[in-house]
Structures are given as structure tokens and as C-alpha cells.
Design a protein around this ligand. Structure first.
Ligand code: FMN
Length: 259
């Protein structure tokens, strides 16, 4: 018999279909009924109340550390200040800066150290070639590529790689794949984030793009990969043309259950 059955206090406040309410506290997503069955009620309530107290308070997006403390946290600051920037100047980052981003990527964790990533650095006229590949591929997908609308789409597609002076494509080759695919994708995602943060620290701006081109077999073949391989992202890199605004993410307490 469950605690809910034996303890009237629970029954009195139960909201059908909404879990078991105690004031504003909803238990259902935090404590499965199986746990309620195992634990004495008083003990459970104490645990629940403690959990809720621990993330009570105003929802603030900034670190509670004082300013001076924050300055000693360059990684945290880079994390907070990084934004996707679509508008970049034509100025090319230096080779040393790009290599630093690549190096940062390689320090990402990967299960069994599979290091599943491959990088393709595209700059200069290669971006125009990539644009032609993107447009040719889009042409094949369009029902009528001769219409005026299609012509505008094709031109836009061809110019896409020119939006950044450097594009670092992060990919994974299936033939080198060891372990679980999902774990390798996770590791490659971590590698990308490392790159973005390293770029941020150097005053560069980035935008992680995917879209149809990332899943396009022609693009993959053009890069020397097979259609089964994966493009994790095209990382557009350059100097920001526009000021980055801080983004206020959903507060972690909304996404977190403390158990
Ligand atoms: C896997 C992945 C793919 C993305 N693809 C695109 C894309 O194709 N185009 C784009 O404008 N942004 C793309 N983004 C960037 C997100 O739109 C961006 O991170 C999000 O809006 C949050 O903004 P912020 O990066 O400035 O914090 C992608 C991000 C991720 C993680």
C-alpha cells in the first residue's frame, strides 16, 4: 500500500492529473510513486522541502559572485559572453588564431578517447567553390530551378559561405568510428563548444551553422567524405560587425531537479 493511501494529508491536497500538491510544490515529477512507497512520509517531505528551499529565490541570469571574483573566472566569462554572431567583417583571423581554436577542440572529452572529430578549414576562394556546390545541390532539390524565386534562392545559397572569412567544418568519419555514435556526436559537440569559447577569448565571433548543407551528400563528397559521414557543424569565424547582446537563458533552476 502506498503512503498516499495510508496518509490522509496527501490525499486531501492531491490534484488529479497534476501530481500531488503541497502548497505550490508539485511532487510528481520529482518523486516517483515508487519512492513514496519506500520512504516514510515525514522523511520524504523533509527531503522535498529542502530541495525546494535550495532553489528558491529570484531567478537571476548572472553569477552571484562579486565582480572581482568573476574577473578571475575567464572560462565562465567566455561562456557567458559567447553569442552567435551572423554578421562578420571580411577581416581574416590569423592562422595562429584558427589553430588555437582547433587545439582547443582537441581537448574535448571523448569516451575511450575516440577523438572522433575531423576539421576542414575553408577560406579564400574555396568558399566560392563551396557556394557553387551548395547551389548545385539545391538546384537538384528544387522542383523548378528556372523560376525567378528559384534563381534568388540559388544566388543566396551560393553566397552563404561568403558570410564569414573562415569556415571550420567539424565532421566525423564513420570509417574511423569507435564506440557509440551518440557518444561521438556528444564529444564532437563538446569540441565545437571548446572552439567557440577559444574564439570568444580571442575577440573573434562565431556562428555554429548546420542546415541542409550539413546533411547534403554532395557537400560531404566535396570535402572527401562519404554520404554516411556526419557534418557536426560549419563554424563561421571572423570579427564581429555588430555588438553582441547578452542572452538571458532560461534559468537553470527551471531545468534542474535536485535529488
Ligand atoms: C547543432 C546546432 C546547429 C545550429 N545551426 C544553426 C544554423 O543553421 N543557423 C543559425 O543561424 N544558427 C544555428 N545555430 C545557432 C543557434 O541558433 C544559437 O546557438 C541559438 O540561437 C542561441 O544563441 P546563442 O548562440 O547566441 O547563445 C546552431 C546551433 C547548434 C548547437
Amino acid at each position: 500500500m502506498s503512503v498516499i493511501d495510508t496518509e490522509p494529508r496527501f490525499q486531501a491536497v492531491e490534484a488529479p492529473g497534476k501530481g500531488h500538491r503541497f502548497g505550490s510544490i508539485i511532487l510528481e515529477p520529482l518523486i516517483p510513486t515508487t519512492m513514496l512507497e519506500r520512504e516514510p512520509e515525514a522523511q520524504m517531505l523533509e527531503v522535498v522541502q529542502k530541495k525546494h528551499v535550495s532553489h528558491a529565490g529570484p531567478l537571476v541570469a548572472t553569477s552571484p559572485l562579486p565582480e572581482e571574483g568573476r574577473q578571475k573566472e575567464p572560462v565562465f566569462e567566455a561562456i557567458r559572453q559567447r553569442r552567435s554572431v551572423g554578421q562578420l567583417t571580411p577581416e581574416e583571423p590569423t592562422r595562429a588564431q584558427i589553430e588555437r581554436m582547433l587545439e582547443a577542440a582537441t581537448y574535448a572529452p571523448s569516451h575511450h578517447v575516440t577523438e572522433p572529430w575531423q576539421f576542414f578549414v575553408l577560406m579564400g576562394t574555396v568558399r566560392e567553390e563551396m557556394g557553387r556546390i551548395l547551389a548545385a545541390s539545391l538546384r537538384l532539390r528544387l522542383p523548378d530551378s528556372t523560376s525567378e524565386k528559384a534563381q534568388i534562392q540559388l544566388l543566396k545559397e551560393r553566397n552563404k559561405p561568403l558570410r564569414a572569412p573562415v569556415i571550420i567544418t567539424v565532421a566525423m568519419r564513420m570509417r574511423d568510428m569507435q564506440g557509440l555514435l551518440i557518444e561521438n556526436i556528444e564529444a564532437a559537440g563538446a569540441a565545437v563548444q571548446n572552439m567557440l569559447l577559444a574564439a570568444q577569448e580571442m575577440g573573434l565571433a562565431t556562428l555554429w551553422r548546420t542546415g541542409d548543407a550539413a546533411y547534403d551528400p554532395f557537400v560531404k563528397c566535396w570535402l572527401g567524405m562519404t554520404p554516411e559521414d556526419h557534418i557536426v557543424g560549419f563554424i563561421y569565424v571572423g570579427y564581429p560587425k555588430v555588438e553582441r547582446k547578452m542572452r538571458v537563458p532560461t534559468h537553470h533552476s527551471i531545468k534542474t531537479t535536485w535529488l
